[in-house]
Ligand binder design. Structure first.
Ligand SMILES: *Cc1c(COP(=O)(O)O)cnc(C)c1O
Length: 349
């Protein structure tokens, strides 16, 4: 690996108490190019802009994928990651689906560990503090002919984050737009999936809602994801989430919550859940909670939903399963409790 360190750290110019999510980046980044059928030597460089040709395929045909992960600091100052293998594997599934080359484990994982070790001062200790990790890959080969690029750039950038709480989240259940379709790229963490979500989400904002709950594209009757998170419903004492499919992103937070819930004796069901069932459960006072699950916010409770222009408010709970699970999960991530599933991986002391 080629390492060029920044002459001066910019860490002292950063106000760690007021960090808008994902807008400040650390001193260094990882860059590794793919050309002539092979991955080149990874490089760690000072964080900086770079040049690519205006005809690069990423701009025209959207060959772009990414991951989202976090690093945490424990009470002894050691830096940890949470299930990073899962992100590496998912990254390569996304790569395959977009006809991009897979990134070998030594480039992804060793590159990430080296980068995190160099920028470890940017991982702040304390509850809610973390370093958000954004690995991504873009097609940099030039030419506006519509075929897969032969050149790619894999990068990792890092952004310090405070605990992310989106406030009260009210959602609209999608009845027209879709995030993903059978046979499509919904199960890949592809940049284009997000571009397609912005417009329907903007319409939801205009109506006073923060997010959209996506339904299956064919019938718009099955509840699938909440914005850019997986979604859970608590009906009675059972936690329900949709099975992963071609339309659903296989979230690391989602599967960790399922494992953790079972471990805690909370009943879980992985099955399709329909809008009809949701509204009936609400009418019978059995619908207790809805929450989104994803790396950025871990768990984000949803306070109500709209369907057919009717708004259904959820009960305000003294102690919610969402917050209980969030506490348990973050305790594991911050090494405050046992890690019975061996999810955490040490980066450095
Ligand atoms: C990233 C993402 C999630 C959450 O995945 P995590 O691995 O838990 O962060 C859920 N849905 C979509 C569409 C996503 O892009």
């Amino acid at each position: 690996m080629n390492i060029t360190l920044a002459e001066q750290s910019k860490i002292n110019s950063v106000d760690f108490e007021n960090l808008p999510f994902g807008s400040v980046f650390t001193d260094h980044m990882l860059v590794c190019d793919f050309k002539e059928g092979a991955w080149q030597k990874p490089m760690i460089q000072p964080y900086q802009p770079f040049m690519i040709d205006p005809s690069a395929k990423v701009f025209h045909y959207g060959q772009a994928i990414f991951e989202g992960m976090k690093a945490y600091k424990d009470a002894n100052g050691a830096v940890w990651m949470f299930r990073p293998e899962e992100n590496w594997k998912r990254f390569n599934h996304s790569a395959e689906r977009l006809a991009m080359p897979e990134v070998p484990e030594h480039i992804f994982m060793d590159g990430l560990k080296t980068l995190l070790t160099i920028d470890k001062n940017w991982v702040k200790a304390g509850n809610g503090n973390s370093l958000y990790i954004r690995p991504f890959m873009i097609a940099i080969g030039s030419g506006v002919i519509a075929n897969p690029s032969t050149q790619y750039r894999f990068m990792i950038i890092l952004s310090p984050a405070k605990s992310y709480y989106a406030g009260e989240v009210k959602v609209i259940i999608a009845q027209h737009y879709s995030r993903a379709a059978n046979g499509g790229i919904g199960a890949a963490k592809a940049a284009g999936n997000y571009a397609g979500q912005f417009y329907p989400t903007k319409l939801a904002h205009e109506k006073g809602f923060q997010q959209v709950i996506w339904t299956d594209d064919a019938t718009h009757t099955k509840l699938e994801e909440a914005g850019t998170m997986n979604v859970f419903f608590r009906i009675g004492d059972t936690l329900i989430t949709a099975p992963t499919s071609e339309r659903i992103l296989d979230g690391v937070t989602r599967k960790s919550i399922l494992t953790l819930a079972e471990h805690l004796g909370i009943a879980t069901e992985v099955r399709s859940i329909t809008v009809k069932e949701l509204i009936e459960a609400h009418q019978n006072n059995q619908l207790k909670e809805i929450f989104g699950a994803g790396t950025a916010a871990v768990i984000n409770p949803i306070s109500g939903f709209s369907y057919d222009d009717v708004y259904y408010e959820l009960p305000k709970l003294e102690s919610s399963t969402a917050l209980q699970l969030k506490q348990k999960l973050t305790d594991i991530q911050y090494k405050k409790s046992e890690d019975p599933f061996h999810w955490t991986v040490k980066v450095c002391d």
